[in-house]
Ligand binder design. Structure first.
Ligand code: NAP
Ligand code: ZN
Length: 368
């Protein structure tokens, strides 16, 4: 008998000029907005300008925090939250890649709960947030439809998800904002979306609804394989990648991520490898580990790869090899992964520290 739960409360709107065409949505969220962005991209790709136009149309005042760095730190969240509390904002608009949108979720919680600090984001549960509007300008994380927010914790020397359940209230998707992403950001973020679709599909928590979205997302991704290889991104391809990314978010919001994400976090923290590329480096070894799962055949068939080797060669063609990671490091990273219960519980069968070490070794050492 089937048994599952499915919860995805975000209102999703996709289309050209979606912000301007739906600006009345902002007027229902309050009188003052807090716009959270990265350092510069939102000023160049038109997303910030469109949001300000939409707010002005309804005389909604706003303030801007534009200092979110890649893989955002808790210190940045603290700084922005202090500003939001002083300004008395009613709702948050996160514009950018996963870093500013994830930050928006934590800032929304801290501005709403004035007695809480960043540690409470991890130790307390079910803290509510101000309403969040998410405007993704990369096609990768799917954070616009998840309740996750990942931060760099410099005290613990790792990246970790906060303990709250903050889904954005509204996600506004317009692929035109993605035109300015560099080839590298486009490829790395696309591989993040692919990892979500694959890890969610193979997860112990996968269910029939999520699987339907995974298969559609993989199909869309397969239609972009040539464009990614040739680094030739039309508007149509960008929109497909954006949709695949949002579908990946819908999938992991239910099924979670597992080994590639857990193994990728130290590669980002200690070796500075971008999040999507870090997952991508592990993906072939992950598929090999899962090669006995029936769903693996389905993944390869939707993506139109004849076997795992062809898949691996394709990914390597996109992101290259990585040679900066030492054997000593992967011994440490394997130990950390085998105690990461949150990620392991999403994986469909038991793995040992040796399995993890071998995956790292195949992915990062054998090619030196
Ligand atoms: P990001 O860290 O948000 O941004 C990467 C770079 O891309 C930044 O330099 C940013 O510039 C630039 N950029 C963003 N949009 C652009 C555009 N339209 N044109 C040109 N440049 C643009 O990258 P991301 O991969 O989207 O997000 C990664 C973060 O999300 C990681 O911390 C990861 O752990 C997290 N994540 C979260 C979830 C979730 O469900 N919550 C899932 C997966 C990953 P600016 O700084 O100038 O904006
Ligand atoms: Zn990810």
């Amino acid at each position: 008998m089937l048994e599952f739960q499915y919860y995805m409360p975000t209102k999703v709107l996709l289309g050209e000029n979606v912000v301007i065409n739906n600006s009345e949505l902002f007027s229902k969220l309050g009188a003052k907005a807090f716009i959270i962005t990265g350092k510069s991209s939102s000023k160049k790709n038109g997303s910030l300008e469109d949001v300000i136009k939409a707010l002005n149309k309804y005389n909604i005042s706003y303030c801007i925090f534009d200092e979110v760095e890649e893989n955002p730190s808790l210190e940045t969240v603290e700084k922005a939250s202090a500003m939001g509390r002083i300004e008395g904002v009613d709702f948050i608009i996160g514009i950018g890649g996963g870093s500013p949108i994830d930050s928006s979720k934590a800032i929304g919680v801290l501005v709403k709960n004035k007695d809480c600090n960043v540690e409470d984001l991890f130790s307390k549960t079910k803290l509510s947030s101000l309403p969040i509007v998410a405007l993704p300008t990369t096609a990768g994380t799917g954070t616009e439809v998840t309740h996750y927010a990942i931060f760099t914790d410099h005290k613990l020397k790792t990246k970790r998800n906060f303990g709250q359940q903050v889904f954005p209230e509204i996600a506004l998707l317009d692929a035109k904002y993605l035109n300015s992403t560099s080839d590298n950001v486009t490829i790395n973020t696309a591989i993040d979306a692919l990892s979500h679709l694959i890890e969610g599909y193979l997860s112990a928590k996968a269910n029939i609804l999520g699987d339907t979205f995974s298969e559609k997302g993989l199909q869309l991704f397969s239609e972009c394989l040539d464009a990614l290889r040739d680094r030739n991104f039309s508007s149509e391809v960008r929109e497909k990648l954006l949709l695949a990314s949002t579908l990946g978010g819908v999938v992991i919001a239910q099924a979670g991520t597992s080994l590639p994400h857990g193994m990728g976090y130290p590669l980002t923290y200690f070796n500075g490898i971008p999040h999507g590329r870090a997952n991508g480096l592990i993906l072939k070894a992950y598929l090999e580990l899962c090669s006995k799962m029936d769903k693996l055949v389905k993944i390869l068939s939707i993506l139109k790869f004849k076997d795992i080797n062809e898949f691996g060669n394709y990914i390597e063609g996109l992101i290259g090899k990585e040679t900066s990671v030492s054997e000593e490091q992967i011994i440490d990273y394997s130990k950390a992964m085998i105690s990461n219960k949150d990620k392991l519980k999403n994986h469909s069968f038991d793995v040992t520290e040796e399995d993890i070490f071998n995956m790292y070794k195949k992915s990062l050492l054998n090619n030196k």
